[in-house]
Design a binder for this molecule. Structure first.
Ligand code: ATP
Ligand code: MG
Length: 437
């Protein structure tokens, strides 16, 4: 077979055999978000390029190198979202969501696009779950979003992931730190990579984030941000730690966590795992008190995080955590002959309308291959309707696990009789399961 084209590099298909895993983790994310009082926000997959230049920051890798930007037919520059925060902030501002009063708590599940070298844990189209809070300056907010992220790992049974925490100060204290960093790195300027040399003036803190071995070696002895925090930032950071301790959330302070995006202030954090290779950061976030103002709104303390869904799935695989398989077919009905096929179709539709899972033949198979198919999809019950069953108005309902058969009517009593058998067998399953516990 010669395909006319293949998938775009760095993108992945999520196939019917695997999508249940995505649905399961998304379900947990939605439930946890709800229990923390967050509602979903859905924003377009594209925005005006300017939004990301301003909202993500033009000294970041994302804006400098990774954006999918194109001109529209109307000659406007549009970019596919590389992250979820900027679009959410724009939507909150543009729609006056702040009129509902603070805090505003929103979450999203979205595809993101970054033009980077595709490798393990790094794709060009990937997905993020994220939470955003606007109008909350208290350190309880920082602790709340960190706990919310952690609750998702906990719910999924992930154990080997740790939280690293830092504070990168505010508008008031960061300039002093920048100055100290600049002085330090000036001394090693020749050895820094090209990108870091260009970062030296605009945003020296980002050098701490560089993955090149030479730069990270130099960065080891760089001044530490925590020594430069102003009193307010110090107090805030202490508050976050106090709350996390109270909630029994283990963490370590890592002064080298600075986050890749420009808009962060004060708290920054990452959830990191060792088990999935070099792209071990599953979730990154923090506070971005300057963002809303940067986008033209009133100063609004804000914070949030983005969690990489693909990396989360890699962690689950690495920890051998099996996600529950989706429910299987409750009833497969086989009709033999024109009339019986119509009857089977009718019964299948009826069972579906009561929220159970039912299937019948849509391929045009004979009896035997249909039985095989029913086996393959692990149908709980099967029923064969032929001419004689039609005539008698009765057919045998077969429990595929116990092989027991029970005759039930095909007339109006079908549903009552079927559900009686179905419920009895579900109860038996439950009892068997409890016996094994
Ligand atoms: P990294 O340092 O790995 O490049 P980042 O700082 O660019 O990460 P963020 O912008 O904070 O990442 O995005 C939040 C999360 O989204 C990351 O922690 C990661 O789990 C996920 N992520 C980011 N870029 C990619 C990508 N290209 N492919 C898959 N997941 C990604
Ligand atoms: Mg990146």
């Amino acid at each position: 077979m010669k395909l006319i084209t293949k998938i775009v590099e760095g993108a992945r298909d999520i196939l019917p055999s695997d999508s249940y895993q995505w649905q399961f983790i998304e379900d947990i994310m939605r439930k946890q978000a709800l229990s923390y009082g967050f509602r979903e926000i859905r924003t377009p997959v594209f925005e005006h390029t300017e939004l990301f230049e301003r909202g993500v920051g033009d000294t970041t890798d994302v804006v400098q190198k990774e954006m999918y930007t194109f001109m529209t037919k109307g000659n406007k520059s549009i970019t596919l979202k590389p992250e979820g925060t900027a679009g959410a902030a724009r939507a909150v501002l543009e729609n006056g969501v702040y009129n509902e009063g603070y805090p505003i708590k929103a979450y999203y599940i979205t595809p993101c696009y970054r033009y980077e070298r595709a490798q393990k844990g790094r794709q060009r189209e990937f997905h993020q779950f994220g939470m955003e809070v606007y109008g909350a300056g208290s350190y309880f907010a920082d602790a709340e979003v960190i706990c919310a992220a952690k609750s998702i790992f906990d719910r999924l049974g992930i154990r080997h992931i740790h939280l690293e925490l830092n504070s990168i100060g505010c508008k008031k204290c960061r300039p002093d730190y920048h100055k100290a960093l600049k002085e330090y790195f000036e001394g090693n300027k020749e050895e820094l990579c090209d990108t870091c040399r260009s970062r030296l003036d605009k945003n020296p803190m980002r050098i701490l984030d560089c993955k090149s071995p030479v730069c990270s070696e130099i960065a080891k002895n760089a001044p530490v941000v925590l020594d430069y925090l102003c009193d307010e930032c110090k107090e805030h950071f202490e508050g976050v730690k106090k709350c996390l301790n109270a909630a029994n959330v283990p963490f370590s302070v890592n002064p080298r966590i600075v986050r890749g995006l420009d808009y962060y202030t004060r708290t920054v954090f990452e959830f990191i795992t060792d088990g999935i290779g070099t792209q071990g950061t599953v979730c990154g976030g923090g506070r971005y008190d300057g963002l809303i103002e940067e986008l033209g709104g009133q100063p609004t303390p804000s914070l949030g995080f983005g969690m990489g869904m693909e990396r989360l799935l890699m962690v689950l695989e690495n920890e051998n955590i099996e996600l529950p398989k989706p429910p299987v077919c409750d009833l497969y009905v086989i009709g033999l002959g024109e009339q019986a096929k119509i009857k089977a179709f009718n019964i299948v539709e009826g069972v579906r309308s009561s929220s159970l899972i039912a299937e019948g033949d849509i391929v045009g198979r004979n009896l035997k291959p249909q039985m095989k198919y029913a086996d393959k999809i692990r149908a709980k019950f099967t029923m064969v309707i032929g001419d004689s069953e039609l005539e008698n108005g009765k057919a045998k309902l077969r429990n595929m696990q116990t092989k027991e058969e029970k005759e039930i009517s095909l007339d109006d009593n079908f549903f009552t009789e079927f559900f009686a058998v179905y419920v009895a067998s579900s109860q038996q399953d439950l009892l068997n399961m409890m016996d094994k516990m």
